[in-house]
Design a protein around this ligand. Structure first.
Ligand SMILES: Nc1ncnc2c1ncn2[C@@H]1O[C@H](COP(=O)(O)OP(=O)(O)O)[C@@H](O)[C@H]1O
Ligand SMILES: [Mg+2]
Length: 376
């Protein structure tokens, strides 16, 4: 039985005694998560007493629980407009202002705003098809897999590409090697989708905007409420699990060479049940993540993450030649710094040597980095 995560989040935010605690700085922490026992030791080591934690054992199961979440106020009140009485963290949360939720899942820190998480959880509950939209390395795939783990669900992952054939979704007949001379001895090879539906697993269509539109009709029935796979090629056999499978899509909007889902209303309607956007972390949150996961000095991490943030903003503007600037690049840079390189040196093998930057652009980026770092 999976834990009702939405209910727990709601309970946690409703100011229940025992569910909330405040540290010496007045920060409020909430507890909401379970995981296996082995990772708890790891969390405790990673967190080094910085966070409050609670562990518990699920009834009738060997699974231990731990979920720590931290609320941060997103917008700092300006001194002049500061209210005379500070709202409690719970009130702020309910007003939708404090919404950074930090999940620690299986030795993996994952940071997500409360609102998108709630939407996803609600979508899962409603058995919606759930689409996560965001730039490269904003955590779409990681989040889905963490959710699968949380709900104890296996998953099948299909990475879409324009050259896919319907048989990759539906399956196919192949001739067996021991075919007799009086007839073909054939065998049906199940697709990943088939296996997912049969086994009650969840399905992830990665980069759905790369799926060739001629295949949309192959997946229609799969996206309807009872999640049916109709094998027209196999005498119309139907595979279904009564809607147990949750279907996830990821897409990187505006990515070159992709298909526009808007062109096909029937498909769009099925995709458009729960759509959630993920964005890069703020420099402060990313720096904290890099400090927590890589042990990089806090100040250096902040300089690095502010620089990444600036590059990402420029990339949104006219600097489209920049490489992908996901958190995984920041992590790689942090590794080099931890191994004794300066920030400038660490940027070379990670950002500057990226192949679409020509010599001139590389030099400009190098200079920009030097200036930025000097200015900090
Ligand atoms: N919000 C986040 N919190 C923690 N780690 C993140 C976050 N977003 C991305 N990452 C990390 O960045 C890397 C790339 O994430 P990934 O899930 O592959 O992104 P996407 O699927 O959006 O391209 C992973 O190592 C992931 O753990
Ligand atoms: Mg991905």
């Amino acid at each position: 039985m999976s834990v009702d995560i939405l209910k727990i989040v709601k309970e946690t935010l409703s100011d229940k005694p025992g569910r909330r605690t405040r540290n010496a700085e007045g920060k409020t922490f909430y507890f909401v998560r379970y995981d296996d026992k082995s990772s708890i030791t790891e969390y405790k080591r990673t967190l080094k007493g910085k966070y409050h934690m609670r562990t518990w054992k699920k009834k009738n199961s060997s699974n231990y629980g731990l979920w720590v979440c931290e609320l941060e106020t997103k917008t700092k009140p300006t001194p002049t407009a500061a209210p005379t009485t500070e709202p409690t963290a719970a009130q702020t949360a309910l007003n939708g202002e404090a919404k950074k939720l930090r999940l620690f899942l299986s030795s993996h820190n994952f940071i997500i705003d409360l609102e998108p998480l709630k939407a996803i959880i609600s979508g899962i509950k409603a058995k919606h098809n759930i689409t996560l939209v965001g730039k490269t390395a904003t955590g779409k795939s990681t989040l889905i897999k963490l959710l699968c783990k949380y709900y104890n669900k296996g998953y099948e992952e299909i990475t879409c590409n324009p050259y896919q054939e319907a048989e990759e979704i539906k399956g196919k007949y192949i001739a067996k090697s021991n075919a007799t001379k009086d007839g073909l001895n054939i065998e049906w090879i199940k697709s990943q989708v088939h296996k997912a539906i049969e086994g009650g697993e969840w399905l992830i269509f990665e980069e759905i905007n790369f799926l060739n539109p001629v295949l949309y009709s192959s997946v229609y029935s799969l996206l309807d409420h009872n999640k049916k796979l109709i094998l027209t090629e196999k005498e119309g056999e139907e595979v279904s699990n009564g809607g147990e499978t949750v279907v996830f899509f990821t897409l990187n909007a505006g990515y070159g060479g992709t298909f526009d889902l808007n062109d096909n209303p029937a498909f769009k309607r099925r995709v458009q049940q729960t759509i959630v956007r993920l964005d890069y972390l703020t420099p402060q949150a990313e720096a904290k993540y890099i400090h927590d996961t890589k042990g990089l000095n806090k100040d250096i991490a902040l300089v690095l993450c502010k620089f990444m943030d600036q590059l990402r903003k420029e990339k949104e503007g006219d600097a489209s030649e920049y490489p992908d600037l996901g958190i995984s690049i920041t992590e790689a840079i942090a590794d080099h710094i931890n191994n004794g390189m300066t920030i400038n040196e660490a940027l070379e093998p990670t950002l500057i040597n990226f192949c679409t930057l020509d010599n001139e652009a590389q030099e400009a980026l190098r200079e920009k980095a030097s200036l930025f770092i000097k200015g900090c």
